[in-house]
Each structure stands twice: as C-alpha cells, then as structure tokens.
Design a protein around this ligand. Structure first.
Ligand code: GLA
Length: 380
C-alpha cells in the first residue's frame, strides 16, 4: 500500500516520501455537548481513516495535495501562516503546522498528500482525522516525539485558533487516542482516559451508522451559541463549568437560571450521568444495556439541547421501530449521522426500516455502514 501511495506522491511532489500516517474518524457513543463543559465522553474510532503520505522540506514551504481535492497543489510559506489566512480544507493541515510552531516546536516545511475515506460533513470528525494525521506526520518528520494526547490538543488548538471553530477536545482526542476493541472514556477536564473494552461481535450486536447526508447551515453559528449559553449558565451558577453542578443540585439551579438556559443545563447534567452509566454497563459486560441509554440521550438532545433535526429524529425513530435496541444522533448535530445499536440478526430489517421511512418522508436515501472500535492515529 505504501508503494502505491509513494508512486502517487512522487507524481505530485517529484520526490520519494518518508512514510504514511493514518488517523480515524469517530462516532461518539454517548456524552454529547459535554466536552466544552469539562464533562465526560465515550467515543470510538471508526475503521475509516485519513492517510497522509509525507516528507519534510527544508525550504520553509508547505505543499498540500488531496486525492479528494481539485487536483491542484496548495503551496504556502510556513512563515506566513496566520489564523484565517488559509481557506478550505488546506486550513486544517496548515493550522496544525502553525499550532506546532506556536507551541515552540521547531517545524519547517513539508510535502503532504492526503487520501481519505472518512465521510465529510457527516458529523464523523473528518476534520479531526485530517488534523491528527498531519500532527502525527509532522511530529515524526521533525523528531518531536509528541504523545497521542499532545497531538490531539495541538490539533484542537489549530481548529479553535486557526480555522476558527470553537470545538471541544473530544474529536481530536478520539482520533488520536482510541484503541482497537475499546471505547475511550475521557474526562475532558483532566484528560484522564480509560479504554473500556467493547466487543460488539461477542455480544451478537452491531453498531449501525446512518449518515443522513444532511448538514444544516445554522450548525456552525448555533454550536458557538450553545457553547456560550452553557458557559453563561455556569457563570450564573458560580461554577467553573457545568460539569461541577452535582445532579441533586439541578432542580435548585434550574430555578435560578433564565428559562432559555435551563434545558441546556439539564441536558449536560443528564448526559454526564448517561456516560457514567454506559461505562458501568460496559464494564459489567452488558453491551445491550447501552441501547436505552442511547435513546434517552437522543431525547435529551432533541427536546432540551435542540440540536437534532427532522432527518436525525426520523433515523432514530425508524431504527428503534424496526428493532434497534437504541439509537441517537452522534456529533454536533443539525444533521450528520445517527448510530443505532442493533442485534446482528435484526440488521437487515433495521436498515430497510430506516430506508423506507426516509423514502416515505421524501428525504434523500441515507448512507449506512457498521462500525467496530478501531485504532487511533498511527504510522502505517
Ligand atoms: C462537535 C465538536 C466536539 C463536541 C461535539 C458535541 O463534534 O467538534 O468537540 O462538542 O460536537 O458533543
């Protein structure tokens, strides 16, 4: 596989590459809109990855090519990189290089060629995969020896400060730190993490991913507004973050908050509890018990946090109606993907049920695939 990538790299950059690095997309099992509230998340890495074949350059140039792009090489001067200066997909890898230099790492130019099978715009963290693959390649090419978590935080900083998306740390931590056969239980405040074994096959279950193929434009501004709302609620309650609101104190807290902030707080408190419960069930080996936790999480995102939409609601409802043990939207929301926990024997009927419901509603056919917990960022 490297030979194939190396030949393509040579055709684009005119030189032999040093290696190929891969970083996966993710689905989050539970713990949505908790990461920027210092809370808990439980993602798995997807088998889908973004690969970067790379070589360092000593002339201060960054050359970027994507097999999914327009066939052109984007060439940038490393010294000129500044937040907001690079539009489109190239902003993510350029941002990572910028973030490394901002953090004081001595990183110069590089030739980078990307190829990816992570669906884009599907809420499956294709941007985190792009960032983490770049960070891993540059760390190795320049001998930085960064840990997976360090790569993830640099990638998140690139997305926050260079691209301008105020995301939390979940997606990059998932892409960098997940392991095969396990979900990643992450405390986003302390970054303490635990790999919780998840063997779907042994439990006779599969995780169906339903990409609704819709992305509603309001998503970007709405995400920032929701984050600001959560931070305002924490400030009004005199707490460092909503993670610090103990569940028994929720009713009193709701009484002290303006009406529009209450449901956000209720979601975050309930969602952190759902993560804890999911981890407990998994540790007992009761994978099927995740089902109702997923569906409860979706109801909270739909009714309280209000980040679902007609397509994701229908995917959840129709999957459960057709026999899924539970389902929820995953990721930021306003479209994107739904996950459903399904008994292996029921998989065809659930897929058919969802497809039929989408047809009846006049929605475009969703793309579906099953996912197993896959490895995080690595050199191939
Ligand atoms: C997006 C962000 C993450 C997280 C989720 C919601 O995926 O990038 O940081 O906030 O939304 O859980």
């Amino acid at each position: 596989m490297f030979e194939e990538a190396a030949t393509e790299f040579e055709a684009v950059h005119g030189t032999r590459p040093t290696g190929t690095w891969a970083a996966p997309g993710r689905v989050n099992l539970i713990g949505e809109h908790t990461d920027y509230n210092d809370g808990f998340v439980l993602p798995i890495a997807l088998p889908h990855t973004t690969r970067v074949t790379a070589r360092r350059r000593d002339d201060g140039r960054l050359r970027l090519f994507s097999a999914q792009g327009d066939g052109q090489v984007t060439e940038l001067a490393v010294a000129d990189l500044a937040p907001g200066s690079v539009a489109g997909w190239a902003g993510y890898p350029a941002g990572v290089l910028w973030a490394l230099r901002e953090a004081g790492h001595r990183v110069g130019g590089a030739d980078l060629s990307f190829d990816s099978d992570v669906p884009t715009g599907a809420g499956l963290s294709s941007s985190a995969a792009l960032e983490c693959a770049t960070a891993a390649a540059l760390s190795d090419l320049y001998g930085l020896g960064l840990t997976a978590a360090e790569l993830a935080l640099l990638a998140q900083h690139a997305e926050n400060a260079f691209v301008g998306v105020p995301c939390g740390a979940m997606d990059q931590m998932a892409s960098a730190c997940c392991t095969r056969g396990a979900a990643l239980h992450l405390d986003t405040r302390t970054l303490q993490l635990r790999h919780v074994p998840l063997d779907l096959d042994a439990a006779g279950l599969c995780l169906l991913v339903i990409d609704t193929r819709v992305k509603h434009d309001l998503g970007d501004g709405a995400y920032a507004a929701l984050r600001a709302g959560c931070e305002r609620a924490a400030a009004l309650l005199g707490l460092p973050a909503l993670r610090d609101l103990a569940p028994p104190d929720l009713p009193a807290a709701l009484g002290r908050l303006p009406a529009e902030l209450g449901p956000l707080v209720r979601h975050v408190v309930g969602e952190n509890l759902r993560v804890a419960e999911a981890v407990e069930r998994l540790e007992e080996g009761d994978v099927a018990a995740l089902g109702p936790i997923l569906t409860a999480g979706h109801a909270s995102l739909r009714d309280d946090f209000r980040v679902s939409c007609a397509e994701t609601d229908l995917a959840v409802e129709s999957a459960v109606r057709a026999g899924a043990l539970g389902a929820r939207m995953t990721g930021g929301g306003f479209g994107g993907s739904v996950i459903a926990l399904v008994g292996t024997a029921a998989l065809p009927q659930v897929e058919d049920g969802v497809r039929a419901a989408f047809r009846q509603a006049g929605f475009a056919a969703p793309v579906t695939f099953t996912a197993v917990p896959s490895p995080g960022t690595r050199r191939l």
